[in-house]
Ligand binder design. Structure first.
Ligand code: CA
Length: 243
């Protein structure tokens, strides 16, 4: 059964664009451009995912999120303005599972949608998942351990190994690798990486991202003969999980 997604966005052009892309991916889609109405629809129906804009008429997105409450089963991805740091923080505190900054690359939005649906299944579809298989990675995640191929990053010990061989990384390299590993299969734009690795207030060139990617590739890809960080032309970089 196709996942049912609610788009809450008052900018008709964006809403329509996202709707078409999601329909094209095979999802069922509803749209709504008003916060108060969105709250009613979201409460009356069981959606698999809600894409929620923050600046809305009626009731703003954060308020919609708060009123839905932490117990509401549907995962919410917030659509936020570029510099709205407090919105992102408040949104995550209020229970959003992720956020995406406008303007966004549609590939990134679709990837985040897939991840949110996979990580936060709602209703009967959730029971179909293999819960035993999900258990181990969840434990790992709680312990701050991230894996890819034979690579292991331990957040608590601030340690990275490949096939048990220690890799020495600078803080920024470590942070970038952590961001990649925790967002596997999501294409990360240079802006997103810059923001996550260097912080919101970083002022400088986005090509600093390319520099760190080059360092990581020389220390991991070249050293261990793997192809970990892939370039997505015109968009950014991705680490694809190995199934
Ligand atoms: Ca808006």
């Amino acid at each position: 059964m196709a996942a049912h997604i609610l788009i809450v966005e008052d900018e008709e052009k964006i809403a329509r664009f996202v709707e078409l892309e999601l329909l094209h991916e095979g999802y069922e889609v509803d749209k709504c451009g008003d916060g108060r109405e969105a709250l009613e629809i979201a409460t009356a129906n069981t959606y698999d995912l809600i894409l929620l804009d923050i600046m809305l008429p009626g009731l703003n997105g954060l308020e919609v999120l708060r009123r839905l409450g932490h117990d509401h089963p549907t995962p919410v991805i917030l659509l936020t303005a570029r510099d709205a740091v407090m919105d992102k923080v408040s949104g995550l505190d209020a229970g959003a599972v992720d956020y995406i900054t406008k303007p966004f690359a549609i590939e990134e939005l679709l990837a985040r949608v897939r991840v949110a649906l996979k990580l936060h299944p709602v209703g009967p579809a959730a029971a179909e998942g293999d819960s035993t298989r999900a258990a181990a990675p969840a434990d790992d995640k709680a312990n701050g351990i991230h894996r890819w191929n034979k690579l292991l990053l331990d957040e608590k010990k601030h340690r990275v190994t490949f096939d048990c061989k220690e890799i020495t990384l600078t803080n920024r390299e470590f942070e970038m690798l952590r961001v990649f590993l925790t967002n596997q299969d999501i294409v990360l734009s240079r802006d997103t990486l810059l923001e996550k690795v260097c912080g919101y207030d970083y002022v400088g060139e986005t090509n600093v991202v390319d520099v760190y990617v080059r360092f990581l590739r020389s220390k991991i890809d070249e050293a261990f003969d793997v192809k970990m960080i892939e370039t997505v032309r015109g968009v950014g970089y991705v680490i694809k999980s190995e199934h």
